[in-house]
Design a protein around this ligand. Structure first.
Ligand SMILES: [Zn+2]
Length: 307
């Protein structure tokens, strides 16, 4: 197979982790790239490229009048990229307005090995009419998954979770489960994470690729202070890393962003229930039952480059 085929799923504007979660089985099966950047979606230059647009209505400009000949803004924009910009790609539309609807539409495609929905009935998940395609573009047949090129899949990855060290200071200042007498006051068997050296203003990096689900205060007065939470989909389950006591307003990421391991996400500080600047890191495995810690587990065994 010499043809270099590529496939990008363009998620709705502002898509949060629920949308990524709805993609999991489909991504594991067909290995498309996932983005919520329209520019990224059309920037591929393979011999054959398909953009799957999810919930195109999410891209409508607020208050914009919609002409009968103009579909949603994003579809018009893609059509323009084809005709004026000369970009060569096929457009595939899934009109799911909720993550659950996307999950259902994709489950059908997975079940029928129908990557691009070519064999799906003309229902709400299909466009009412094909887009005008003036520029020559090659048809993309539904292919067996083995023909798909290995492409990066941000946010959803096979394999086990691996964590990289989140600060420039390779020192634990308190490990998991320590000081049970202190944490008992909060109903915990011990320290529910690890504390890592991080002076005021020190860089804090994402421990693994994932999707940002919180950047800020979870609620006023929360003991974790200004914090970032990142969800990590792996083939053995879903995880969340929590970076606590960060500097107010220092996040360089926002909810819905895809981040890479080692990417700067915020600066360290002392916000929330903390007596001195440091980074508190908690790791959750969603659905885990770790005694009095609930879903929280010890992150130390997951580090691939600890102190
Ligand atoms: Zn701590």
């Amino acid at each position: 197979m010499s043809q270099r085929r590529s496939h990008v799923i363009l998620l709705p504007q502002g898509a949060g982790w629920e949308w990524y979660d709805a993609l999991r089985d489909y991504v594991l099966r067909f290995r498309p790239t996932v983005t919520h950047s329209a520019d990224d979606a059309v920037s591929f230059r393979g011999d054959a490229h398909t953009v799957t647009v999810v919930n195109p209505a999410s891209w409508n400009k607020p208050g914009a009048a919609r002409r009968p000949d103009q579909e949603d803004d994003i579809l018009a924009w893609l059509s323009n990229a084809q005709q004026v910009g000369g970009a060569r790609f096929e457009v595939d539309v899934i009109r799911a307005t909720e993550p659950d609807a996307l999950r259902v539409a994709l489950a059908r495609r997975v079940l029928e090995s129908d990557r691009y929905g070519a064999r799906q009935p003309a229902d709400a998940s299909r466009p009412p009419a094909p887009l005008p395609a003036a520029a020559p573009s090659q048809p993309v047949p539904a292919a067996p998954p083995a023909a798909a090129p290995p492409m990066a899949v941000p946010g959803v990855q096979p394999g086990k979770l691996a964590l990289v060290w989140p600060t420039d200071f390779r020192v634990y200042t308190q490990k998991f489960g320590q000081r049970p007498e202190f944490y008992g006051k909060f109903g915990l068997p011990g320290h529910e994470g690890v504390d890592i050296r991080a002076p005021n203003g020190a860089n804090v990096y994402a421990c693994a690729d994932g999707v940002v689900v919180l950047a800020g205060w979870r609620r006023a007065g929360h003991p974790y202070g200004y914090s970032v939470r990142i969800r990590h989909q792996r083939s053995d389950g879903e995880y969340e890393t929590v970076y606590a006591h960060l500097q107010e307003g220092s996040a360089t990421v926002k909810e819905g962003d895809l981040v890479k391991a080692g990417q700067l996400i915020a600066l360290a500080d002392n916000t929330g229930n903390s007596s001195a600047a440091h980074l508190h890191l908690s790791l959750k495995k969603i659905g885990a039952k770790n005694g009095g810690y609930g879903e929280i587990i010890d992150p130390e065994p997951f580090f691939v480059d600890g102190p």
